[in-house]
Design a protein around this ligand. Structure first.
Ligand code: FEO
Length: 396
């Protein structure tokens, strides 16, 4: 399957309809690994696919050109979902030069035997294909140190690698052929789970992109942005700073539902006009969805029952995951019930402090079951979250 992106530019990637676990990322809508073929006086393949899908990629390219006529294979990113097929591709395209930056060449040599490949190192410079130019732009840490964009000025197309991507399997290739809301939501989930730790680097990349006239953004995952280029660029600006919406998350794990009762009362208090209040039981959700909710939240109540003098294990897993993703500019407090020994809410509180969240109150704790008075206190604490969400977003 190859699909025309523009004159003499074809999508030649692979749609992975059935993948649901992408190194722990729950890909509820599947995924795609996008590769693009640009034909001019010279022909360039931009990126490849995961190793198991090399045959599909080669068939897509062969449907358009003879494999021996491909002059360049550009590697924007050495991660195996885009570079895993390179050994097969380089063997099948005997005249092709691999084009990448120095860091990428070093990373590829750690993944495969690259000794027989012709490699052209680029450093923010350009290659002429004849009437068209491939202009390379380093974008370190979006997503790996060697990541780069390839820009085609004559067509105003930005091949943006992971940036602006989404895990979204569809037979369509453009944003205006699918629900834009779904595409943006999947882009947000992708950003939260893959790119969130690198907000500063994303801001630098956006500054570079702002200097380029762009008609199409062609990422390496999901659909191509054509009608919503300004929307996805604006969304990335917001996400790069974890800009808060008027939103509260109450998230918890519970043993005999005492912490669950507290969570529901906090959520009730937080459910105020103009504030979105989200309630999440960590064992009935998943890390991928939780990360997406944390990207644009203003205030969070995080609860855990005490188990063995500490947090419940899935509550700890969520905090461990969030510690790596480093959501910025968050406020919140800890809560939870305990039995004969304490430790759950205290451990959550310690985590919030360690991550330098703005702590809105001392941990809200109760022994065994919450009384009506405690539930009233939970509702008051929920209203505190809502007030914080309103004030944080009013400051924008
Ligand atoms: Fe889609 Fe960072 O690889």
């Amino acid at each position: 399957m190859n699909i025309k992106i523009s004159d003499n530019i074809d999508w030649v990637g692979y749609v992975d309809w059935t993948v649901r676990d992408f190194h722990g990322y729950e890909t509820a809508r599947g995924a795609t690994y996008n590769a693009y073929l640009v034909r001019d006086e010279k022909t360039a393949l931009i990126d490849t696919v995961k190793r198991p899908f090399a045959d599909a990629l080669l068939a897509n390219v062969a449907a358009v050109v003879d494999l021996g006529d491909v002059d360049y294979v550009v590697c924007n990113h050495a991660e195996p979902d885009h570079a895993g097929a390179l050994p097969r591709v380089m063997a099948a395209m005997p005249h092709a030069e691999l084009v990448c930056n120095k860091r990428c060449a070093a990373a590829l040599a750690r993944h495969a035997d690259t000794s027989g490949w012709k490699i052209r190192i680029v450093d923010n410079d350009a290659i002429s294909l004849g009437g068209r130019t491939l202009q390379f732009i380093d974008t370190p840490m979006v997503h790996w140190p060697e990541s780069m964009f390839t820009y085609l000025p004559e067509d105003r197309i930005l091949f943006s690698m992971d940036a602006f991507g989404q895990h979204y399997a569809t037979s369509q290739r453009f944003d205006d052929e699918v629900s834009a809301a779904v595409a943006l939501d999947e882009a947000k989930t992708y950003y939260a789970n893959i790119v969130m730790p690198y907000g500063r680097q994303v801001a630098a990349v956006l500054d570079k992109a702002a200097a380029l006239p762009i008609d199409l953004i062609a990422p390496s995952h999901g659909i191509v942005w054509r009608s919503h280029v300004a929307d996805i660029l604006a969304a990335y600006r917001d996400w790069s700073t974890c800009r808060a919406r008027p939103k509260v998350v109450v998230i918890y794990d519970t043993m005999w539902d005492a912490t669950g009762e507290m969570a529901r009362a906090i959520h009730e208090g937080a459910s105020q006009p103009g504030v979105e209040a989200v309630l999440i039981h960590v064992r009935l959700s998943n890390l991928t969805r939780i990360a997406a909710e944390m990207l644009d939240v203003a205030a969070v109540a995080f609860g855990s029952s005490t188990l063995n003098r500490g947090m419940m294990p899935m509550a700890a897993a969520v905090l461990n995951y969030l510690e790596g993703l480093r959501p910025a500019n968050k406020a919140g407090f800890a809560f939870g019930s305990y039995g004969w020994g304490t430790g759950g809410a205290e451990a959550v509180h310690g985590w919030l402090e360690s991550q330098k969240w703005d702590i809105l109150r001392e941990p809200l704790r109760v022994q065994y079951r919450p009384t009506p008075d405690v539930l009233d206190e939970c509702r008051r604490a929920g209203r505190l979250l809502a007030e914080r969400a309103r004030s944080a977003t009013a400051e924008r």
